[in-house]
Design a protein around this ligand. Sequence first.
Ligand code: HEM
Length: 575
Amino acid sequence: MRQCSVDGVDLVRSSSLNISVSTCGGRRGTILALSLIHKASARSRVAAARATTMAFFIACVSSLVLLFLLFLSRYLFQLLGSSRLPPGPLPLPVIGNLLDVAALTGRHLPHRSLARLAARHGPLMTLRLGRAVVIFVSSPDAAREVLQTHNASLAGRIPPDAWHGAGHAANSVFVLPPHHKWRSLRRIGTEHLLSPRRLDGLRPVRLLQDAVVSHVSSELAAEASSGVLVVGHVASAATVDMLWQAMFGCQVELDASAATSAYRELHGLARDLGAIGLTPNVSDFFPVLAAADLQGVRRSFARKLGRLYQLIDVQIQRQRRHRRESAAAASGGGCGKNGGLLDAMLDMSDEDDGAAGGMNNDTIRAFLADLLLAAIETIPNAIEWAMAELLQNPNTMRRLKEELRSVSGGKTHVDYSDMDHLPFLRAVIKETLRLHTLVPFVPNKADAVVRVHGYTIPRGSTVIVNVWAIHHDAEVWPEPDTFIPGRFMGGGNNEVHFLGADLQFIPFNAGRRICLGLPLASRMLHAMLATLLHRFEWVLPPGVAENGVDMSEKIGMTMSMANPLKAIPKPICMT
Ligand code: HEM
């Protein structure tokens, strides 16, 4: 309680009612005193309210300032703390460089726009994509550090979230970490299908050549009126035919029209899966949101992959049945035990005591799916690009056909053993793989901190080799955008190979994760292109010949022609 006096009135301020009047003075004085008391108390209430508001305001502002300072210091700390990272455009808080990348890739395909950005920032360039630190590698020198010198620490994988669909990531050789299971799969693939020793027997190559001739002929018969074929369809049908036999030991057992739709379905599945796998996905940039699969990318991937799994499961069940019913196999029914890749994997799964890395149905199915996808996506696209270039470069086409004619000496088949005598064919294929880099980006994960060219690559970051940028580096490849097979005609020690040692030319990647199918792919490309040119004369359809082929690119799992190449074949009479 406090006491005061106004005009002779003693005022006692109580905490409850605030005012009480004691005595003395007249009525007027009392009223005046009361009104003064009232005013005084109102003023003090307003002042108190003001003070409270002010205090609240100051508290809010200072909290905001404090929050901002905290945020800023964390951001600066991150930037300064990462000052040893390779240079790159300044990232924004939270989203990093996502807007830069969106703006760039809106104008050009990602491999081209990121090559341009790297020209500004350097062959080692850092981008922050949401929470992810991504380092782009765009020169042969920097690629050597990543794919050779420090490859032991930089061969990990961060599977895109989509690949978790149908549990694929847990078994896929493409994204498994470079440990036990991945090593077993690579060993099985190499021992039973993909080693040069296995492939040097004539069988797989001859199978492919026959498949090429038979598919071109049957498509020609179907398109008798126009004679125009989609080159990629023929190439993918022949690829599936050959690989199906190599994996399952039997042909795609369907009647002709169903078989055509099965090839197309497989081709479509491979393309769709590639496109889905590359969809920019918020789950990849902000893994905390991954469980929600906000864009449904993982679900779409699982749906498409599920269909491919179904097709493979039919073969696995059939093969298991035939293995049980050895009598039926002996009488030649179905695939039987046939030495195909699936058979070898089933042998291992029957004996698996853990040493084979857990060879069960899931692993077998995923591995076969990976091989099918890898081949269907790459071989037909490479053949399509090669044919598109040759059809627009008649002199190159003529020179190649002459080389094939002189080496084959009138035989119907150009054998792989002839390859040593076909340097121009080798050069055409290499130049195609350089100019039209089928796999423009190879992503790796840093499993340890690594120092490259004085910069730090942090553990857990993604290190992407921009193979397209390396293949179009004007300092290494003069006139990088022109098709010049002659540049690969060095011969002898000067010949540049794609086996992983020459870092300026790495269409199959290099280091531990070099393409597992390289020996097969090399044979398939040479055999298929040689057969297409040796057995048929090709011309462009009317209209296309005058206006030129549309060479626009489309990026999926690999880079394909945006508009499939059409051409007219005419069988060459072999005497
Ligand atoms: C022109 C044809 C081909 C090209 C240009 C090519 C290119 C590549 C590249 C660049 C990689 C590394 C990708 C990465 O690490 O993300 C790769 C990996 C792989 N390729 Fe190929 N490839 C071709 C054909 C094939 C074929 C025919 C098969 C099998 C039938 C195959 C099976 C594989 C496998 C299994 C891997 C994963 C290797 C691993 O991570 O350990 N490829 N390929």
